[in-house]
Design a binder for this molecule. Sequence first.
Ligand SMILES: *[C@@H]1O[C@H](CO)[C@@H](O)[C@H](O)[C@H]1NC(C)=O
Ligand SMILES: *[C@@H]1O[C@H](CO)[C@@H](O)[C@H](O)[C@H]1NC(C)=O
Ligand SMILES: *[C@@H]1O[C@H](CO)[C@@H](O)[C@H](O)[C@H]1NC(C)=O
Ligand SMILES: *[C@@H]1O[C@H](CO)[C@@H](O)[C@H](O)[C@H]1NC(C)=O
Ligand SMILES: *[C@@H]1O[C@H](CO)[C@@H](O)[C@H](O)[C@H]1NC(C)=O
Ligand SMILES: *[C@@H]1O[C@H](CO)[C@@H](O)[C@H](O)[C@H]1NC(C)=O
Ligand SMILES: *[C@@H]1O[C@H](CO)[C@@H](O)[C@H](O)[C@H]1NC(C)=O
Ligand SMILES: *[C@@H]1O[C@H](CO)[C@@H](O)[C@H](O)[C@H]1NC(C)=O
Ligand SMILES: *[C@@H]1O[C@H](CO)[C@@H](O)[C@H](O)[C@H]1NC(C)=O
Length: 335
Amino acid sequence: MGTCDSTMGLSTTLFVMAFLLFGVASMKNQAYFNETGYLPCHFTNSQNISLSELVVFWQNQDKLVLYEFYRGKENPENVDPDYKGRTSLDKDNWTLRLHNVQIKDKGLYQCFVHRKGASGLVPVHQMSTDLSVLANFTQPEIMLTSNRTGNSDITNLTCSSAQGYPEPKKMFFQQTTMNSTTEHNAVMNIFQNSVTGLYNVSASVSLLISPEKNVSIFCVLQPERPQTELLSLPYIIGAKPTATPLPALEPVMTAFVLIPLFIFLCGAVFCVRLKKRKKQQPGPAPGCEAIKAEGEESKQTEERVGNRVPERSDEAQCVVNILKMASDDRRAAHF
Ligand SMILES: *[C@@H]1O[C@H](CO)[C@@H](O)[C@H](O)[C@H]1NC(C)=O
Ligand SMILES: *[C@@H]1O[C@H](CO)[C@@H](O)[C@H](O)[C@H]1NC(C)=O
Ligand SMILES: *[C@@H]1O[C@H](CO)[C@@H](O)[C@H](O)[C@H]1NC(C)=O
Ligand SMILES: *[C@@H]1O[C@H](CO)[C@@H](O)[C@H](O)[C@H]1NC(C)=O
Ligand SMILES: *[C@@H]1O[C@H](CO)[C@@H](O)[C@H](O)[C@H]1NC(C)=O
Ligand SMILES: *[C@@H]1O[C@H](CO)[C@@H](O)[C@H](O)[C@H]1NC(C)=O
Ligand SMILES: *[C@@H]1O[C@H](CO)[C@@H](O)[C@H](O)[C@H]1NC(C)=O
Ligand SMILES: *[C@@H]1O[C@H](CO)[C@@H](O)[C@H](O)[C@H]1NC(C)=O
Ligand SMILES: *[C@@H]1O[C@H](CO)[C@@H](O)[C@H](O)[C@H]1NC(C)=O
């Protein structure tokens, strides 16, 4: 125990001494695919070494050189072809920019600062950066792979998302109706592009969709952090139209169209008969005002009634006619 503790204490002390003496530091950094990554050196030049004495370079974990600053200017001689034209240096804070980051660029990088003196290169500062590369998956998209048919309520759907990195954790479906949400796990198929290293993922489900409900289906992709959970647009499956939608409509039709029509027709016939009777038995016509209030005009009915009433066709005129006939009769009685 004691040995272990003292060993740990010693290694910590060595690490701190190394940091103080040689300026060794390390950090983690992230870069997005096809964008710029930053490889800082955190070199402050506390000794005020002149640029003409400085030699600064960055190398990857395979010791290939990304960039070299040699005594005041860039020296492309030792730079690996993989990194030619892909880097630029921010001299204010000694941060190397790596452009057009690829998946294979993830890994450990080191920056070395040396002072070029009369007796050769003297290490001054060192820093490592662990670069991870990310690519955001596209918004998941749901496609119908087989529709439900007249005799089956099974719907097959496939969800896909593309061009992400690293491998996502999970893809699943959510089915929501007015009252409930159910989760459907699915097996995630993963394809990796051999050139870019990016992943495409897809998952399929076979769902039994209740025909009498409206259903919304979402596809959810859970990437690794830091990208947040991705949700597809809803895929909406509407309630199947019921076989006989008319019964609900018929009572309404009967109430609003047929009954007034019937009353009007009866009224019109009654009115015509009344008129005929009036010719024989003069007197006031009590039925006509009620007929006028109840009846709604209809061209067809108007024509039919028109055939039987020679001069005027509508029921308002019927009332007028009857009243006129009544007064004619009275006048006839005077003579
Ligand atoms: C990389 O980014 C450029 C624009 O900055 C774009 O035109 C290109 O399509 C991107 N390439 C990939 C593979 O995403
Ligand atoms: C270095 O400076 C640039 C601006 O000149 C800044 O964008 C960048 O974040 C700095 N990097 C570090 C590691 O401080
Ligand atoms: C660093 O050196 C320059 C001249 O090379 C001088 O002007 C400056 O004051 C020095 N700074 C420090 C902090 O020693
Ligand atoms: C799937 O079937 C429903 C009827 O159940 C229909 O309304 C819909 O248009 C069909 N969708 C496709 C993409 O064929
Ligand atoms: C991945 O998705 C992209 C964009 O949707 C597509 O162009 C590419 O062919 C897909 N690759 C694979 C291996 O499925
Ligand atoms: C939905 O909820 C309402 C009230 O909470 C309930 O009356 C109805 O039966 C529920 N429907 C289903 C399909 O669960
Ligand atoms: C729907 O998916 C299920 C399960 O994967 C499969 O057995 C079935 O054949 C598919 N239906 C159609 C019409 O493709
Ligand atoms: C389904 O949605 C439509 C409108 O989007 C609505 O008219 C209908 O009443 C809904 N059906 C059910 C069963 O909720
Ligand atoms: C990736 O997605 C995150 C949120 O999840 C966002 O903050 C970031 O800007 C996106 N990056 C790119 C390059 O699209």
